[in-house]
Every structure is written in C-alpha cells, then in structure tokens.
Ligand binder design. Structure first.
Ligand code: ACO
Ligand SMILES: O=CC(=O)O
Ligand code: MG
Length: 557
C-alpha cells in the first residue's frame, strides 16, 4: 500500500471529512485553519444557498408553465434611482483585454505572461472539477500570487517562469449549484464555490493586496447567477471574509457574469447588492445562449436556429450587451465584453487570418458599443484584441465616463427576449452531437476546455449543444434550413449519434477512441439529450463520473 496516499491524512476541524486523495502539496492548502474558514462560510450560508436554489426551481416551474422572465416591479426603485458603486480600485481600472483559462500550471504562467491586462483563472467553464484539478489549481495559484511559480516541460526541456510584468489575477469559482463531493461538512458535500473562493482567499489575500491589488483585492469573477438574492449571498460572504481577515470592507472586488436570461433583468439589482464590492458586469455570451434555451425549454415557439447562427448581432444578444453597458456605466463600473470562439489555426495561415479577422470584428463591435474590455481564449489573440481596444480607446483605461449609452435606456423586455433569426439544419444537429460528445469525453478525463474544429469549446458552449438537441428532439422540430422537411426524432438522432461516433473515430483514430472516454461520453450526452425532463446542468450528472473517494481514514474526524 502506498504510504503517502493511505498512511497520511489531512488534519481537519470538527465535522469535516476529506474524501479526496492525500497529497503533501494539497495538505499545504487544506490546512486546519483554511478548512475552518471554508467550513464557517459553508455553515453560515448553506441555508441561504439552498433557499436561492429552491427559488431557481420555482422560477423554472413558472417559465415552464408559460411565464416569461422580465423586470421585477418590486425593485423598480433600484433601477430608477440614481446611485453608483464604490469607486473602481486603480489596480483594476484598465482591463482592456483579459485572457481566461483553467488553473493548470503551465497555462497560468503563459496567461500571466501573455500581455493581457488581466488573467481570469478559471475553476468554472474551463475546468473539469476533479479533486486533482481543483487542489493542484489552488497550489498553482498560491505559487503564482507568491511569484514563485515555475514549470519544467521535460519533453521540450523548457522552463516556464513569470515575467517582470504580469497580468492582474481574477479568480472564477464554480457556480452555486455545484457541490464539492470530496469535502464533507457535517455529513454533506461542501458548496463548491465556497471551497474555491475560501481556499484561494484564505491563502492569498494578504500577498495579493500587497503585490497586485495596491491595497485592494483579491479580485473575482462570479458565474451563472440568476437573481440578485444570489449576489447578496456573495456580498455577505465577502463581508464575512473581510472581517475574519481583518481587512477593510470593500477590499474584495468582483465582476458578475450576466450569463443567464433571468439575470439580464436583474443587472441593476445585482450591482446594488454588491455596491461596495463590484467591479462591473461581463457578457458571458455562451452561457447566456444556453440559458435562453433552458429558460424557454417548454416554449416551442422560441426555438433557436443552429448554434453557429446565434451571434452577438442577433437582436436579443445586441440588446443584452447594450443594456449591460448602459447599466454598468450609469453605476460607475466596467462593462466587460465576452469571448469569441475563434482560436489561432496553426497549420493554415489563410484560415488563421480569417479567424483573426472574425475576432477583430467582434472586438471592434464591442469597443465601439462601449465595452471597457474583452475576453481572449488564447495568448495568440492578445495582440489583435489589444490593438482594436487601444486604437479605439487611446490611452484611457476604460470608457466608464465617456460612453454612457443613454440610447440603450429604452431597451424593453421584448428586445431582450426577441427570438433569434435563422434556420435549423441537419449539420447543426450533427455538429452539436459530435462537439458535445467530444467535449464530455475530454471533461471526463480532466480537461475542461478543448480546441474542436478550430473553435474553443468549454462547459458553456457544450451546454448549448446539449440543450438545443434536447429541445429539437422534445418538439420533433423540422430542420427547416435543409428544405427536405426532415423532422428531428429519436430514430433520426440515434442514427446521427452512430454516424457522428464513426466520424469521431475516423478523426481521432481507433486507438484514441478506445483509450479515451468517448463511449461513456456518448452515453451521457445521448441520455441527456433524450431524457424526458431537461437536466439543469450537464456537469451535475457528469460530476458523478469524476468523483473519486479515497478511504475514510484519509482525514481525521
Ligand atoms: C464560455 C467561457 O466561459 S470562456 C472562458 C473559459 N474558457 C477558456 O478559458 C478557454 C481557454 N483557452 C484554452 O483552454 C485553450 O486556448 C484552447 C483549449 C481553446 C486551445 O488550446 P490548444 O489548442 O492546446 O492551444 P495551443 O496548442 O495553440 O497552445 C499554444 C500555447 O498557448 C498556450 N495557451 C493556449 N491557450 C491558453 C490560455 N487560455 N491561457 C494560457 N496559455 C494558453 C498553451 O499552453 C501553449 O503553450 P506552449 O506553447 O508554451 O506549450
Ligand atoms: O463564461 C462565459 C460564457 O460565455 O459563458
Ligand atoms: Mg459561462
């Protein structure tokens, strides 16, 4: 028996049980005091979180019965009154280009050295939340904040180290819905995002504020919220963390992703709840599209066209981005843009230039609309994105005061809900299927963001594929772009799955297909697309496949 794995254990506070593998490096993160901090957060907020998630289910029931999301009359005063968020900390003023990526060691170094203003280190869409990934991610981030991170690529004999000038670090914990099954608190799984936030905050707040935040920080991104009551919980978490750490209220700052359809009607309310802790909102376009389908899962009159046709120039997407800019600038904070799916295409210069041109066009639209910065998926895109923002913003760090977008004040519920134009095709169904299966296969082996067909794919983009297939199957929709009158049925889908699996095998090779998790992924993806009720999240079900419990004695109770 491996003594390190089975003979050692984590020293834990009362009521805590660690079921994840023991590792001496992880133990430096999972100290008794750090675990106590996370446990206190979990105990104080668990009922608030359960209540918020129950309210999500209640809203879903209403939408499924035909209701539409909209502005809440009860909080009209928040939308109409004039108020602003706390001033933006100087360390977070210039966010023209932000690179994102999973908390993988080499990628963290590359992202921090990329020339971007900010690096958003991701425990969410881009990360498969296995115990190993999460704990290694915490170790890596601590080394990054300490400035000691390095990586030796033995194959290429290349050593990676931080440059003198690095991007500012923001961290994105998981969403409220994801449990952390390897840490039990009072017999129940810990709340995933409180583990991510709590461990990072505990170990890094002091060094981050000293070296990166100029007295502020740490900085966070908050994903997938649906209502301002969820932002209020985060605000209370931040206040508690600040109190425990003995740092000033308002030190921690966060940007909220507006990436669910219900949240677009809550942007003022979300900023209001986080007034002291906000540094803006971000257009999380991919989850937003996923959420549009999910919210309208029982509305066959609101079907989306093929995924590739749902871009930012569709009226509902443009309205969302314009209203977000207006709301943020009225409240004195950043309005961040989103992620183009294109990534560099190494082996084909012509295709690469076309991809870059699409990215430039998307960024130009964002900066001209008034966004203060944008996201890039890959270091190779930073110069092009930076050039567009610099050319259009000059030396100004942001456009908060200069692009008020008063014209967007009259955007209505109808604008935000308008059904996107376009057609559904057999190729759309096929692409959803082969991308969805390949993404899940990668996720099951611990990889949360992948290049597929020259595009970035992560949990959010895969969700679009899944829910769109589900909805087309559920309503037996006609593939109206093919002019053949074919309707989506279980039989047709079964055939598509078989043929796409054959295509995947051809593309990746029989050996890789056998060694990989493609068959399991196919089973999970297919069953989610055909289940009678739509699962809320692909990753909730798939999580069961990556939970790896170690013997009970791995922690001391
Ligand atoms: C919807 C949303 O939530 S968007 C935000 C979440 N998604 C993401 O963050 C996606 C981030 N991007 C990525 O994960 C990757 O760029 C992918 C998977 C899309 C493409 O990956 P690959 O094809 O392996 O990239 P590629 O081989 O071109 O990488 C070249 C180099 O750039 C590095 N690199 C690529 N993307 C990143 C990144 N986002 N951050 C840091 N380094 C990166 C690679 O590590 C590699 O470094 P090396 O030359 O030193 O070995
Ligand atoms: O998190 C970002 C998104 O687009 O989803
Ligand atoms: Mg997202």
């Amino acid at each position: 028996m491996d003594l390190v794995t089975y003979g050692s254990y984590y020293d834990v506070p009362e009521g805590v049980d660690i079921r994840g593998r023991y590792d001496a490096e992880f133990a430096k993160i999972l100290t008794k005091d750090a675990l106590k901090f996370v446990t206190d957060l979990h105990r104080e907020f668990r009922n608030h979180i359960k209540y918020a998630l129950e309210r999500r289910r209640e809203a879903k029931r209403r939408y499924n019965e035909g209701a539409l999301p909209g502005f809440d009359p009860a909080t009209r005063y928040i939308r109409e009154q004039e108020w602003v968020c706390a001033p933006v900390p100087p360390a977070a003023a210039d966010r023209k280009v932000e690179i994102t990526g999973p908390v993988e060691r080499k990628m963290i170094i590359n992202a921090l050295n990329s020339g971007a203003k900010v690096f958003m280190a991701d425990f969410e869409d881009a990360l498969s939340p296995s115990w190993e990934n999460l704990m290694r991610g915490q170790v890596n981030l601590k080394d990054a904040v300490d400035g000691t991170i390095s990586f030796h690529d033995k194959v290429r004999n290349r050593v990676y180290k931080l440059n003198d000038q690095t991007a500012k670090l923001f961290v994105r914990p998981r969403g409220w819905h994801l449990p952390e099954a390897h840490i039990l608190i009072d017999g129940e799984p810990a709340t995933g995002c409180l583990v991510d936030f709590g461990l990072f905050f505990y170990h890094n707040h002091s060094e981050f504020r000293r070296t990166q935040g100029a007295g502020f920080g740490p900085f966070f991104y908050l994903p997938k919220m649906e209502h301002s009551r969820e932002a209020k919980i985060w605000n209370n978490v931040f206040e508690k963390a600040e109190k425990v750490a003995g740092i000033e209220r308002g030190s921690i700052r966060a940007t909220v992703l507006i990436e669910t359809l219900p949240a677009v009607f809550q942007m003022n309310e979300i900023l209001y709840e986080l007034k002291e802790h906000s540094v803006g909102l971000n257009c999380g376009r991919w989850d937003y599209i996923f959420s549009y389908v999910k919210t309208f899962q029982a509305h066959p009159d609101r079907l989306l066209p093929d995924r590739v046709q749902v871009g930012m120039t569709q009226h509902f997407m443009k309205s969302y981005s314009d209203l977000l800019i207006r709301t943020c600038h009225r409240r004195g904070v950043h309005a961040m843009g989103g992620m183009s799916a294109q990534i560099p295409i190494k082996e084909d210069p012509v295709a690469n230039e076309l991809a870059l041109e699409l990215v430039r066009k998307d960024k130009l639209r964002e900066v001209k609309a008034g966004h203060d910065g944008t996201w890039a998926a890959h270091p190779g895109l930073i110069p092009a994105c930076m050039e567009v923002f610099n050319n259009n913003m000059g030396n100004a760090p942001n456009q908060i005061e200069t692009s008020k977008r008063e014209d967007a004040a009259n955007i209505t519920e109808q604008d935000l809900l308008q059904i996107p134009r376009g057609v559904r095709t057999m190729e759309g169904l096929r692409l959803n299927t082969r991308v969805g299966i390949q993404y899940v296969a990668a996720w099951l082996t611990g990889i949360g963001s992948v290049p597929l067909y020259n595009l970035m794919e992560d949990a959010a983009t895969a969700e679009i594929s899944r829910v769109q297939n589900w909805q087309w199957l559920r309503y037996g929709v006609e593939l109206n772009g093919d002019e053949l009158g074919v309707k989506v049925s279980r039989e047709l889908f079964g055939r598509v799955v078989e043929e796409e699996m054959a295509r995947i095998e051809k593309e990746v090779g029989t050996e890789k297909l056998k060694r990989g998790m493609y068959r399991e992924a196919c089973k999970i993806f297919t069953s989610q697309c055909t289940s009678p009720a739509l699962d809320d999240f692909l990753t909730l079900d798939a999580y069961n496949y990556i939970v790896l419990h170690h013997p009970k004695e791995s922690s001391k109770l």
